[in-house]
Design a protein around this ligand. Structure first.
Ligand code: SF4
Length: 354
């Protein structure tokens, strides 16, 4: 279900704008129908009251927790089952953050990511995206929503932007606290500029060398790193939110001096933050995680060269599954196959967007 279809259904059942607003607010905030001062029976028209149980049941069935995996750092990974049995991952982050999935699978096929291995299976509908937020709010408060879970949001723009519009209005999430993450796509840049609710932008950069980036992200749009950074900057100026540049650190691939020089060249004087995220093992990916001390040294060097840099470890390091890995493992079990064997550290998030 999409949000505009839900709104049409509410209108068809006799809802006026204030009734629609209240139903959507209750849903997005995971509150029961009788919360608030005004009793539902005196506020909603009788026809809408009669239709609400079926609509609410459908909304509740959009997403349910298949399994929950709390971690020592306060994060919790959820394997979420959608109404048709497909599964995606959401991650409750410390300090009120939530990472949601926008697609089942992904067509970009980044070489270091488990989600991209099966290609795109289907889009996640706008109501299913918001349902991930409602589900998370049943467990704890959510004040920030990042679109860094499974999928490339730029490949599901209508649904993602519709969800962002709702979350940034009745959903009560600040616009800067909505983070649209992308490998960089001209269609996404163009649409973001036209948004009334302008989210912050996270750009998955991973290399300043065009050929290396094309190799790592084989089906990302063929824009040079220079063009990507300049598009991102243009949006940062328009939205007023600094860009987050995401960088998965791969040992011996993009952790060398050439990339440091490239980053200084590309990002000096820009309105952005570079997030360095050491890679977490994905079976068969053929990449390694640099030693932590080396990552720290890189971050120090970049800071000393004037680049605002944060070294981040993915949330849920001790959880048995990362972005795409929980789902892959569950699918293997569902098909009666062998458990996907991952080393201890592979339990951590593999997603490059942090
Ligand atoms: S890293 Fe993101 S964009 Fe790349 S394949 Fe995985 S989900 Fe898709």
């Amino acid at each position: 279900m999409r949000i505009h279809e839900l709104k049409q259904r509410l209108r068809a059942a006799g809802a006026g704008p204030s009734h629609e607003h209240r139903v959507l607010r209750l849903w997005t905030h995971a509150q029961p129908r009788d919360s608030g001062r005004r009793r539902p029976a005196s506020f909603f028209p009788a026809a809408l009251m009669a239709a609400l149980p079926a609509i609410e049941a459908e909304l509740a069935g959009l997403a349910r927790v298949h399994s929950a995996h709390p971690a020592a750092d306060g994060s919790e990974r959820l394997l979420v089952e959608l109404a048709d049995g497909q599964r995606v991952e959401s991650v409750l982050l410390p300090r009120g953050g939530l990472c949601v999935s926008s697609q089942v699978g992904c067509a970009v096929g980044c070489r270091f990511c488990m989600t991209g291995r099966d290609g795109l299976l289907r889009q996640v509908g706008s109501a299913e995206i918001v349902a991930q937020v409602a589900l998370a709010r049943q467990r704890r408060p959510v004040r920030k929503v990042v679109f860094m879970g499974m999928g490339e949001p730029a490949h599901n723009l209508d649904n993602v932007l519709e969800a962002i519009d709702l979350l940034g209005t009745v959903g009560g999430i600040g616009h800067k606290q909505l983070v649209f993450s992308t490998v960089g796509d001209p269609r996404a840049f163009e649409r973001l500029h036209r948004q009334a609710v302008k989210p912050a932008l996270a750009l998955s950069l991973h290399s300043t060398d065009g050929a290396r980036r094309r190799h790592l992200l084989p089906r990302a749009p063929d824009l040079s790193p220079e063009a990507l950074v300049s598009e991102a900057e243009r949006y940062a100026q328009a939205s007023g939110h600094p860009v987050q540049y995401q960088w998965t650190l791969l040992e011996g691939v993009n952790d060398g001096k050439d990339e440091i020089e490239g980053l200084v060249r590309l990002l000096s004087g820009r309105r952005g933050l570079l997030n360095l995220i050491p890679f977490n093992a994905v079976e068969g990916a053929g990449f390694s995680r640099p030693e932590w001390a080396r990552c720290e040294a890189l971050a120090r060097t970049l800071k000393a060269r004037g680049i605002l840099t944060k070294l981040r470890d993915s949330a849920g390091q001790d959880v048995d599954g990362g972005c795409g890995q929980l789902r892959a493992r569950a699918e293997t079990l569902r098909r009666g196959g062998q458990r996907v064997a991952l080393p201890q550290r592979a339990a951590a998030a593999a997603h490059p967007r942090g």
